[in-house]
Design a protein around this ligand. Sequence first.
Ligand code: MC0
Length: 155
Amino acid sequence: MEKFVSPTRIDHIGIACFDLDATVEFYRTTYGFEVFHREVNEEQGVREAMLRINGTDDGGASYIQLLEPTRDDSTVAKWLAKNGEGVHHLAFGTADVDATADGVRERGVRVLYDEPRTGSMGSRITFLHPKDCHGVLTELVTAAPETAGGGTAGH
Ligand code: MC0
């Protein structure tokens, strides 16, 4: 067994919402959090806003990720229809998503993708099945090199 690469931070908490702009406005007026980055991820079927909350002691950062579905058959749309708005997933940051995913898989947890896919801000991501994680849809993230330091400016 290869040496396990543990995650080192909360990369983000993903929150599913019906109206991205209204939810961004709630976080801005309630807490003073500003949008660090916005993008549409067509593969995942989401429009998202990343709110950078703090840097972390591994040189990365932690975010709130607000997610609005772009199509009715996306995983987030399905989840919203069943549960309404709320916390959709928890994402752990790791220096090596491939190694962390391999280690987790060896521990008997279902990793949903054979190879990591593209996530927010050019990151590489995979997901762990919520039924194997005590009900929590869990994402593993390796930040793109240019954002791994947490960044200082919006995109
Ligand atoms: C589903 N389940 C969840 C859940 N989604 N449990 C906790 N948290 C969630 N978010 C539960 C359901 O309640 C159900 O349990 C069981 O899992 C099967 O769910 P389903 O509704 O029948 O749906 P499936 O099986 O078609 O899909 C579930 C699965 C899917 C987790 C495999 O959502 C998936 O592939 N998720 C990973 C991708 C994703 O979520 N992308 C959106 C974020 P019961 O007990 O009712 O049977 S994209 C993102 O976040 C990117 C952009 C980024 O971070 O950069």
